[in-house]
Every structure is written in structure tokens, then in C-alpha cells.
Design a protein around this ligand. Structure first.
Ligand SMILES: Nc1ncnc2c1ncn2[C@@H]1O[C@H](COP(=O)(O)OP(=O)(O)OP(=O)(O)O)[C@@H](O)[C@H]1O
Ligand SMILES: [Mg+2]
Length: 361
């Protein structure tokens, strides 16, 4: 899929602006604080249904205004689709002018892979960052997965409430909650395992390419054992029972997909401890490039890559390698300057977009 244009109305520091994109590399440049990240955010908001940098959608409304509107035209293999969203005291999405009823109906319309410096936390941060990475990205491919996670979280909080209560009540009711929780946990774990397994090969391909064959990564989803959903469910139920006294003591559930993690090794060692800053950046880049491949396979359509403030941090040799690796995808990249541009022999189509104070110039 290709974003043809983004129309912004009272969004962050934009009043009324239309940005047209080419189907190759879009080099969005400008000095600090001009609106580059805001433009990237307007796109990602339509993919995730929320902003990766603001919990409150109302923060996206231009200061002094009461309503923000964004319209994005997307060219797909079967025609043009539009996503429009309006943020006022709530947020409302429209696909081809039709309002969507639930957030899960939004997913799949504009599929993007997003990388900003914050994404480095996938490698450097705690397990929650890695779980969010999986959940946000798998949800884009499957609204059902998103709904499953929402239902799991509801049942989890009900089980936790029970654990904090009366001992006899726990003994009487826990089996019902365990059964419900395990039924929802198993397909979540199965889907995440699948996703991570699919990422390993292309991620390795990408990191070898970026590092000139010196680096290798391995990914492993850390959870209960089991390959099929049934096996996983049996193991979750057992783990819930085995940990019941501990859970009762603590007043919350200590096992399940909300506690799982991804182990990321670089050259056979835990990358959190072992990898340098530059290597961590390369690992996340490799994961993102791998996602492009996995998404393309699942969707039968290429997703869009949004690189906010990442590209210009790389040295010119790595930038060149990345331009090569990303040729054929639509990439929207921001940076203060782009010293190095795609070369003709990379068969790359590119467009420069300069932003000053919320205006294209
Ligand atoms: N709701 C809002 N209304 C008006 N302006 C806003 C709003 N939210 C943020 N801004 C302003 O938008 C401007 C641009 O922000 P943005 O993060 O897009 O900059 P940038 O071009 O990415 O800069 P940098 O190179 O430093 O990353 C900032 O000056 C900020 O104060
Ligand atoms: Mg920025």
C-alpha cells in the first residue's frame, strides 16, 4: 500500500496542510520543532488507533482549537481507500467516509511499521516494551488478536480482584477464572510465538546485511512450553495452579502472557548487556525490516515504513545499505538533514519534503 496524501487540519502545530508523498523514499526534513514528528504521528495514529507518544488523544488537537481532523488517502492493489479521523472530546475513525464501530475494525487499513528513537526500548527497556511491540504490531494484522488481548486483560483484572479478596471465595471460584484466563491466554501466546518465529529469519538476514556479516541475532518468545493452542492451555492451567499460593500472597497473577518476554541474543549473548548502542539500534532496525517482510506476506500487500529521526543517525555506509534494503517499499523518513540521498542505481524514487513551522515549503 502507498500513502498518496495526508491532509492535516488543526493537528498539533499544523493548521491546514496537505502533504503529497511519492511511492519510494520521502525525505522529510526541517530544523528542530518544525513538525516532522507530528507528521509521522498523524500517520501512525491511523495505523495503531492511538499515538505512541501521547496517552491523551486531545493533546493532538492544535492549541487553542477544539477539534482536529486528518484524512489519509491510501492506494492499495485493489483501489484507493481513505482513512479519516476526528479528535474532539473523543476520537472517531472513518474508512471511506463510513464511521467504524470498534477500534479493531480500523486495523489493516493503513498498516505501517514505525521506528522512532523510543523503539530502542524494545532492546534496552523492560519486558512490557517487548510485549507492547508484539501486541501493537500483531493487532495491525488481526483485529481478532486485539480483541483477544482486551478480553484477556479484563479477565486478568477480575482474577486479580478475586486474589485480593476472601480466602474461601478464592478457593471456591478460582477454577472458573483459571479456565477462562487460560482459554484466552493460549491463543495469545500461540500467535506471539508464531510471530516471533516468523521474524527470526528475515531479522537475521537484515542484521547480517547492515553489519556486513559480522552480527547474528536470535529471538525466542519466553513463556510456558507448548506448540499447539491445546498444549499451551494445559501448561498455563498447570502454571496457574502451581502458582496459586504465591498469587494469593501477592494479590496478583504472576504467570501468563502479561508477564512473558522475548529473549534477544546478539552473537549468542544477551543483547541487553552485550550490545553497544549502535548495535542495539541495528537490532531494532533489523526487527523492523523483518516486520516489513512478514507483514507483506500476511497482507499480500506492502506496509509503509515510518522512520522518525532514525535514519540521519546512521553513518553514510549504513544509510546506503538501508536504502538498498528498503528499495521497493514506501518509506517516510524524518531528519534534520539528509546528507546522503538514494542513488540512481538503487532504482529508487525519492521526494524531498521540507517543513517549517507546520508548513510545507
Ligand atoms: N497540540 C499542539 N498544538 C500546537 N503545537 C503543538 C502541539 N503539540 C506540539 N506542538 C508543537 O509542535 C512543534 C513541532 O513538534 P515536532 O515534534 O513535530 O518537531 P520535529 O520537527 O520533529 O522536531 P525535532 O527535530 O526536534 O524532533 C513543537 O514546537 C511543539 O511545541
Ligand atoms: Mg521529531
Amino acid at each position: 500500500m502507498i500513502i498518496q496524501s495526508v491532509e492535516l487540519n488543526n493537528f498539533r502545530n499544523y493548521t491546514e496542510e496537505r502533504v503529497d508523498f511519492c511511492d519510494g523514499f520521502n525525505l522529510v526534513s526541517g530544523t528542530n520543532g518544525q513538525g516532522k514528528t507530528n507528521l509521522a504521528e498523524s500517520i501512525v495514529f491511523a495505523s495503531f488507533g492511538f499515538s505512541p507518544r501521547s496517552h491523551q488523544a486531545s493533546e493532538l488537537i492544535k492549541d487553542g482549537c477544539t477539534k482536529s481532523k486528518v484524512k489519509i488517502d491510501i492506494k492499495k492493489s485493489y483501489g484507493v481507500q481513505s482513512i479519516e479521523y476526528i479528535i474532539d472530546d473523543q476520537k472517531q475513525f472513518f474508512i471511506n467516509k463510513n464511521p467504524i464501530k470498534k477500534q479493531s475494525d480500523l486495523f489493516g487499513t493503513l498498516v505501517s511499521v514505525y521506528f522512532s528513537p523510543k523503539e530502542l526500548e524494545i532492546v534496552s527497556g523492560g519486558p512490557q516494551e517487548r510485549r507492547d511491540f508484539m501486541d501493537n504490531d500483531i493487532s495491525q494484522l488481526s483485529g481478532n488478536y486485539y480483541n483477544l488481548v482486551q478480553r484477556y486483560n479484563k479477565v486478568l483484572s477480575q482474577r486479580n480482584k478475586l486474589l485480593k479478596g476472601d480466602h474461601k471465595q478464592v478457593i471456591d471460584q478460582i477454577d472458573i477464572w483459571n479456565e477462562q484466563l487460560a482459554s484466552l491466554a493460549a491463543p495469545i501466546i500461540r500467535t506471539r510465538k508464531n510471530f516471533i518465529n516468523k521474524l527470526v529469519f528475515p531479522a537475521n538476514d537484515a542484521i547480517k546485511y547492515i553489519s556486513k556479516q559480522t552480527e547474528e541475532i536470535n529471538l525466542e518468545y519466553l513463556s510456558v512450553k507448548g506448540e499447539t493452542t491445546e498444549e499451551i492451555k494445559i501448561n498455563i492451567l498447570k502454571a496457574l495452579n502451581d502458582n496459586l499460593s504465591k498469587d494469593m500472597e501477592l494479590g496478583y497473577t504472576t504467570i501468563g502472557p502479561h508477564r512473558d518476554d522475548i529473549k534477544i541474543d546478539l552473537n549468542g549473548k544477551d543483547c541487553k548487556i552485550y550490545a553497544s548502542q549502535g548495535q542495539k539500534r541495528s537490532i531494532v532496525l533489523a526487527l523492523k525490516v523483518a516486520e516489513l517482510k512478514v507483514f507483506t506476506q500476511s497482507l499480500g500487500e506492502k506496509p509503509i515504513l515510518v522512520l522518525d529521526d532514525v535514519f540521519s543517525e546512521l553513518d553514510s555506509s549504513r544509510q546506503k545499505k538501508l536504502y538498498e534494503a528498503l528499495s521497493g517499499y514506501q518509506v517516510i523518513m524524518t531528519g534534520t538533514t539528509f546528507k546522503f540521498k538514494p542513488q540512481k542505481d538503487e532504482n529508487a524514487n525519492y521526494k524531498q519534503i521540507k517543513i517549517k513551522n507546520g508548513k510545507i515549503c
